[in-house]
Design a protein around this ligand. Sequence first.
Ligand SMILES: [Zn+2]
Length: 375
Amino acid sequence: MTDWYSENWYQATEKFFKAASARGDLRWCSADNHAFDIPYVKIGNGPNKVVINSGVHGIEGYFGSAAQNMFLDTFAASLPRKLLAHYTFVLIHVINGWGMQNRMREVMDTTRGGLVDLNRNFGVDFENKSALPQNPKYNIAHDLLLSKPDKIEKKNAIKEFRSQHLKDGVWAAISNGQYVHPYGLFYGGAAPMTENKMTMKIYDEIMQDAKSLISIGLHTGLGHFDRKNGIVSSDLLVSHPKNHKKTKFFDNVFSRTNIVHDDKAINGPTLLGDLVDCLEARYGKKVPVYTADFEIGTGEFPIMSPIFKRMDMGDARYDLLQYGKINSETWSNLTESWYPSDQKWRDAALRRAFVMYAELMYYLAKRPVLIRGIR
Ligand SMILES: [Zn+2]
């Protein structure tokens, strides 16, 4: 399984390019400055589109890329012709190339300043500044998160903050997205980023003749990793309440995967500017659209993991703002907490992705899809 992982964006893109060219119609979406173009491949020619995207968050490393390369070498090699007449499978490889190469969750906004989380930048109307989504609860946590790194005091302060603000929604609001602090956490930006525009261009092209869309993003971070036994949790995040028909759709498809629904999303999205809600808003009026994010767990300490993750992100920003670069210890903490270097984790993450693909293919074909060439 190690063959499917890469060490840098160039290697990952070359692997994807080779495997994808052999399986389908490989295309490129070019960046304005030709720095990090986005390759994608279409397999089949059915009107129902099944899209798997990866690399929205650079800090999550090469799991998504590896999972896509695995799909190309296994499932894609033996998809039944009938299935390919009904469905088009599209893999969009590494949306955030800069973040991947620089191991940052976000992209740097070199024009306006700030670190922009692409998954808070989709579908936001930046023209009308006064109508930007508001998240005042985030402001309460901002100073603490961006305070001077301190292993013991800062950790305890964040822990205390979490226990104080678990019930009033402030802790949850940290990750919902905000448009006020350019170097704050989960900043959604001040304009659509290049990567955001490229992604929508790709989806628009895919959706031209579409009768339906299933779109799944590959992510890591949320959930647990049992290092001793090499077991990872996996959740499929669906941005609707439990009984919503879209949540039930994923319940039907993925019986072995934990479906995490968003009970707060009754009148609108809880997460601001995320891709899944953007896709539903953009295409959902014309055709059925089912979108979710697949999350592989990386937290070794179930309770402390979200605290460490927020702290590591805040520390990295402190370092960047004060010293212009991230301290090596902060760096190591940050990268390990989102994309563990542990081989057991990497193997387990791919095994979970394999099960996800198998369940999806079973649902689409209404029978198991046999795999050729499994290593
Ligand atoms: Zn992510």
